[in-house]
Design a protein around this ligand. Sequence first.
Ligand code: GDP
Length: 309
Amino acid sequence: MRVTVLAGGTGAAKFVRGLVRVVPASEITVIVNTGDDLEWWGLHVSPDIDTICYELAGLLDVERGWGRREETFRCRDAMGALGEPAWFSVGDLDLSTHLFRTGQLRAGEPLSSVTVELCRRWNIAPRVLPATDDRLRTIVTMDDGDVGFQEFFVRRRHQGAVHAVRFEGAASAKPAPGVIDSIASADAVVIAPSNPVTSVGPILAVSDIGAALGATPGRVVAISPIIGTAAFSGPADRLMAMRGLRTSAVGVAEAYRPFLDVLLADSSDHALASEIEAAGAKPCFTDIRMRDAAQAERLARETLDAIAR
Ligand code: GDP
C-alpha cells in the first residue's frame, strides 16, 4: 500500500514513528513543510525536514520532539557569549546537518537533492521530499508587525495576538520533483496530526499540491491535532480560530474540506460526528494520543483501516 504523508515537525514525527511499523518503508513518502525554514548564523535550517529525518534515522530527541538525542549546545552558548543571537537552539550535532545542507545548496543542489543525500547517508528508507525547492516562508503578522515563523514560535514562545499568517513565495513555488507523482499514485494520502495553519498550510499553499490532492484517486485521511477545543501542544487552536475555523476536530475537517475523505478524531469528541460529516469528511473515532511508539503504531494501523472500510 503506497502511503504519502503531509508532514510538519513534532506531531508528524510521532505519527511517522508508528507508520513505519505498519507499512514497508519503500512504500512511504513524506512530503514536508518548508515554510518554517530560516537562515541562522548564515546557515540554511529546515526544522521540519530535520525533525522527520532525525525520527526516521533514530536520531531524534523523542522527549523534546525536535533536535538530536544526546545533544549539547556549546556552540549556541559560545555564540551567545559573543553577543550573537542564541534564541534559536541549534545543537552541536544538529549543526553538522545545517553545515552539510548549506554547503550543498551553495554548490547549486536543490533542497530535494540535498534531502535525498542526507537520507542516503543516514540510511533512511522512506522517501522524504520538501514540499518545494523554491523559497517558501511562513510570515506571522503580530501587533508590532510581521515576523518569521521561528521568531513567533521559538523566540516569542507563540505568545501574543496573531492577526494573519501568510506564505511568502507560495504563489510561484513549484512542487519539488516527486511530490505530485507521490500524491497522484498513493493509495492513501495521510495528513499528519500537524498544525493545519502553519505546518500543513504552507504545503497546501503550493497551488499544484492543493490541486493534486483534489484530483488523486487515493483516499485522503487526516488525524486531528485537536482534542476537545485545544491542541495537544503549540498554537494550532489559536491560529485556527484566527483563520475562522472552529477550534475542534470540526475545524480540522473544514481546513481540509475540498479533498478530505476521512478524519480521525478522539473518542471523547464523538458528539462532533454530525458536524464533521457536515464539513465533508467521514469521522472515525479512536484514541488519537501518541505517548509512545506502541500508541503511534496503533493509530497508524487504525488510520489505514479507516480508509479501507
Ligand atoms: P511543529 O512544526 O513542530 O509544530 O510540528 P507539527 O505541526 O507536526 O506538530 C504540532 C501539532 O502536533 C500540534 O498541533 C499538536 O496538537 C499535535 N500533536 C502533538 N502530539 C500529538 C498527539 O499525541 N496526538 C495528536 N493527534 N496530535 C498531536
